[in-house]
Design a protein around this ligand. Structure first.
Ligand SMILES: [Zn+2]
Length: 324
């Protein structure tokens, strides 16, 4: 089995059978060890212990903010609880969108509670907890944007613990399921060099792999070849799957590939890509080493930094570096 990327590796049992039973779902609200993860306008909540010593402040790792059902219900009496699953210890976890609150930390009333963006929290939380928050974020975003039926425009209602929304128009009654949008992300290689690109509009000097959404009626291999041709004008062959990463910002599944090309010269799709370069493994090792020192690494006068450590883009590059 391929090692999971960040945001994969959720250890919850998603109880796909049980959640179809409204009585089973209702019983989970009464269980004393059921806990609820609140989300507010896409921010997650953690508890950041405050250190007693001034010097050691902020070093302690945050933990997830877990509310009991009664407390969570008070924050959002009308909102649907979204069933995430059951822990190995048999405790049920729900997510709850409390975006309607103006000052959620005041209402929660726990001094050490803080909000954070999942992309930042992922580098300090355990893998399985980041994955659970990713599921919570993906589902709450889907619910927030699917309150009406895409087929007839009537209101929809959450069912099966929030894993389906059903149209309330009896003549339609369409079931809508949470969506995941596949996107390919690929490291293009040419012998002992790989191509990394700087995306137009990114203020950071970050050079990363190419990526793009899979189009309707397109295979993953075709999407890889099309995106590479569109963005840098290279024709690839030998497209090989590597690993995948849920990316709930808002609903992507990043499917990671390696693709080899015989072409050396490329042309940029300038509205998408502002620069691209071929890099050797040693050049990229220098970029990685400079992360420790903070010294900028320049190529033809342009600073080059690697994609963030939680991303599959980074993993695709690092795995390639480690092969040579
Ligand atoms: Zn409908």
């Amino acid at each position: 089995m391929i090692r999971p990327n960040i945001f994969a590796g959720d250890e919850l049992d998603r109880v796909g059978g049980e959640r179809k039973d409204p009585a089973w779902v209702a019983a989970q609200f009464k269980a004393g060890d059921t806990r609820v993860l609140p989300l507010w306008r896409n921010a997650n909540f953690v508890v950041q212990p405050v250190s007693d010593s001034a010097e050691g402040g902020g070093d302690q790792a945050p933990t997830l903010l877990l509310l009991d059902v009664a407390t969570a219900r008070k924050l959002a009496p009308d909102a649907d609880m979204i069933l995430l699953g059951v822990t190995r210890q048999g405790e049920t976890r729900f997510a709850l969108d409390i975006s309607h609150l103006a000052a959620p930390l005041d209402d929660i009333g726990i001094a050490e509670a803080k909000t954070g963006d999942l992309r930042d929290l992922a580098s300090v939380l355990p893998h399985a907890e980041s994955a659970m928050l990713a599921q919570a974020r993906a589902l709450t975003q889907w619910h927030a944007s699917h309150k009406f039926c895409a087929k007839c425009g009537s209101q929809t209602e959450s069912r099966e613990g929030g894993h389906v929304r059903v149209c309330l128009n009896a003549d339609c009654a369409t079931s809508h399921f949470p969506r995941t949008d596949p996107a390919v992300i690929m490291l293009v290689t040419n012998g002992d060099r790989c191509l990394l690109a700087h995306r137009a509009g990114n203020a950071q000097p970050m050079y990363s792999t190419l990526a793009g959404f899979v189009e309707p009626a397109e295979s993953l291999e075709e999407a890889v070849a099309r995106e590479v041709l569109e963005e840098v004008g290279l024709r690839v062959h030998d497209v090989r799957y590597q690993s995948s990463q849920p990316w709930p910002f808002p609903a992507q599944l990043m499917l990671g590939f390696r693709a080899e090309t015989k072409d050396e010269s490329f042309r940029l799709q300038e509205d998408e890509i502002s620069d691209a370069r071929w890099f050797t493994r040693d050049e990229l090792r220098r970029v990685l080493a400079a992360e420790e020192t903070g010294e900028p690494v320049l190529f033809d006068g342009a600073e080059v930094r690697m994609a963030r450590s939680i991303s599959i883009a980074r993993r695709l590059v690092v795995e390639w570096i480690d092969e040579g």
